[in-house]
Design a protein around this ligand. Structure first.
Ligand SMILES: [Zn+2]
Length: 124
């Protein structure tokens, strides 16, 4: 079973540390969930309000050279790595799936912080 509360906590932690781009492995590690695939499936359910997903294409030398918001947009032709200039055809098995927070989620996180700051308990 996936500990969803811990995953949500990990997401909040990432957002508060301004780590706006991350993958399922990092979230699995941070939340102490060992099953990366389950974490990934859960992250998908947080689209499109909390997270957006994008696809990073890796060159043969493991450079993340281009990012696409849809998997269908990845070209089936030779492209050149912008780091090592090697030419290659993107391979669907060599893609990083990364997540970003949506602006509205980040807004709600920073508002939560402000509310905590301005909260002065009155002790009687
Ligand atoms: Zn490269």
């Amino acid at each position: 079973m996936l500990d969803v509360a811990k995953v949500d906590e990990a997401l909040k932690l990432l957002a508060s540390k301004k780590r706006y781009r991350f993958n399922a492995y990092q979230v699995a590690y941070l939340s102490g969930n060992e099953d990366v695939n389950l974490v990934y499936q859960y992250l998908l359910t947080r689209e499109p309000y909390v997270l957006t997903r994008s696809f990073e294409v890796l060159c043969p030398n493991d450079h993340s050279t281009a990012t696409y918001s849809k998997i269908e947009d990845i070209p089936h032709k030779w492209i050149e790595c912008r780091y090592c200039t090697e030419e290659f055809v993107p391979d669907l098995d060599r893609i990083y799936i990364v997540f970003d927070f949506t602006p509205s989620y980040l807004n709600s996180i920073s508002q939560e912080k402000d509310e905590k700051k301005s909260f002065h308990p009155v002790l009687i």
